[in-house]
Design a protein around this ligand. Structure first.
Ligand code: ZN
Length: 178
């Protein structure tokens, strides 16, 4: 597992450099390490700046095992369902519609804290996969939230930039009081 950079490190504030498709084969070991680091954390997404690499590259995966602490009602309220592992290279994001959703989210670079962050309910993402093939993703609900969170990281934005500041809480207190 790679060490995860915490908020305050300038790498999280830099705009990540675009990845040349020709460089992707050489980046395969890094992508494998990012996947294993995300799974071990555990998290539903990890952007390259979070492991100290300023590259426009992120991995995403939301597994049913990560839903074990949530009731079916909570999963439905979050519009959360499993997302298979995939890689985003040089993603761009466009909101779809104008619905917004407020929900608590956390970040592996903002360890032990959660906060309410306002996000688009639906988004479209254009990117390349790890083989350089163009991909288009249409997502709603929690998956759309994950995409916005990870793509923010590639633009030097951290979730606290978008939070409702009065909702900042330790994870422990969130479980206790919310
Ligand atoms: Zn994050």
């Amino acid at each position: 597992m790679l060490p995860i950079v915490q908020v305050g490190d300038p790498v999280l504030r830099a705009r990540a450099a675009p990845v040349a498709v020709a460089d992707l084969p050489a980046l395969a070991p890094l992508i494998d390490e990012m996947r294993e680091t995300m799974r071990a954390a555990p998290g539903v997404g990890l952007a390259a700046p979070q492991i100290g690499r300023s590259l426009a590259l992120a991995v995403i995966e939301d597994t049913p095992q990560l839903h074990s602490g949530l009731t079916p009602e909570q999963l439905a309220a979050r519009e959360r369902s499993a997302v298979p592992f995939h890689v985003l290279v040089n993603p761009t994001l466009t909101p779809v519609g104008d619905e917004i959703v407020d929900a608590y989210e956390g970040c592996l670079s903002f360890k032990s804290f959660v906060m309410i962050v306002r996000r688009w309910r639906s988004v479209r993402v254009e990117a390349h996969d790890e083989h350089g093939a163009p991909i288009t993703i249409e997502a709603t609900g929690w998956y759309a939230r994950i995409l916005q969170h990870e793509i923010d990281h590639l633009n030097g934005i951290v979730c606290c930039d978008r939070m409702d500041p009065r909702t900042l809480s330790t994870s422990e207190n969130h479980a206790k009081f919310d």
